[in-house]
Design a protein around this ligand. Structure first.
Ligand code: GLU
Length: 320
């Protein structure tokens, strides 16, 4: 298991454990209630942090009001609490962080890393490189803009000028990932035409703000990681450790999503929900745990955390 271990330091009074350098997080978008897929990400990031003696923080990624559902953020926090997934420190809400995103954009602009872009979405969508994109995927943007600004009318998006080389990183369970961002997504959006900041920028700025060291999240975000690494480097920020856990999919192989039809977690049994997440993650919880409390199941999960058991698994079907 490749998790950071707390190091020890010698003080005059003897040997003391230094605080663990591990800080993990769970960062849901409040587009609906938690479903099984987000439970898996929450449980995996919680167990990985606690097994390393680290902290676990929560961030509400409420950056995109049109996609949000009123009340969802509070419901998510309530569900985490009900499941016994207690977090450290205050919850960070991205809606309060626009000044920090603006400052990061300014820094990138000063460094010549921003492209002002007024390409119409429909024009980008018509490019052959975008023919196979799933709805919701970022559209590929070519090295040069394809729409010209109409005199004083067109609002602009701000994009990151992607360098012309592959990004390689080592995921703790998925292995080495190498992606050429320039040919797969191209110059990607940091601030949309409607003035909203993009996830890729916000996540990097906020992981830094919260002192995060380890990111544990669903494998659907594996493709985003190289973009985030490029931004960390451009902003002069620390690099992070990544682990992308298997994505829960439905019987048709589609990702469960809060905003679609994935059933929310019923208020019923916290114990059985956590046991189901442990089973999904290949942790093999003993049958007797089904009669235990949620806290006892989590304690078992912390002591028996083996991420290597889902190494190389990108997705798996959620229990019915
Ligand atoms: N907000 C994202 C989501 O709910 C997760 C972002 C992350 O973990 O980096 O899918």
């Amino acid at each position: 298991m490749n998790v950071a271990k707390s190091s020890s330091a010698t003080a005059t009074t003897g040997t003391v454990e230094a605080p663990s350098p591990y800080r993990g997080r769970f960062a849901p978008s409040p587009t609906g209630t938690l479903h099984f897929g987000s439970l898996v990400a929450a449980v995996a990031s919680f167990l990985d942090a606690r097994a390393a003696g680290g902290q676990w923080l929560v961030r509400i990624e409420d950056l995109d009001p049109p996609r949000e559902r009123p009340g969802a953020a509070d419901e998510i926090l309530f569900t985490l609490h009900r499941l016994g997934l207690g977090w450290d420190g205050p919850v960070l809400r991205q809606s309060t962080r626009c000044d920090a995103y603006s400052a990061a954009l300014e820094q990138l602009r000063r460094d010549g890393r921003i492209r002002d872009c007024c390409c119409a979405r429909a024009a980008l969508a018509a490019l052959p490189q975008n023919a196979r994109r799933a709805p919701g995927d970022d559209l590929f943007h070519p090295p040069a803009c394809i729409s010209r600004p109409a005199e004083g009318r067109m609002r602009q998006a701000f994009r990151f000028r992607v360098p012309d080389h592959d990004v390689e990183f080592r995921d703790r369970v998925q292995g080495t990932v190498r992606i050429d961002v320039g040919t797969t997504v191209g110059d990607f959006v940091l601030r949309r035409k409607d003035g909203l900041y993009a996830y890729q920028l916000a996540v990097v700025v906020d992981d830094e703000e919260q002192g995060i060291t380890h990111v544990v999240r669903g494998a659907d975000l594996l493709q985003s990681t190289p973009r985030q690494i490029l931004l960390q480097r451009a902003l002069g920020l620390r690099g992070l450790e990544y682990m992308h856990v298997p994505l829960a999919v439905n019987a048709s192989g589609l990702k469960l999503s809060k905003s679609s039809d994935a059933p929310g977690l019923a208020a019923a049994s916290s114990t059985l929900q956590i046991v189901a997440a442990l089973e999904f993650l290949g942790q093999d919880p003993p049958e007797v745990l089904k009669a235990a409390t949620a806290d006892e199941v989590l304690a078992w999960g912390v002591s028996n955390w083996h991420p290597e058991r889902f190494a190389g698994v990108a997705s798996a079907t959620a229990p019915a």
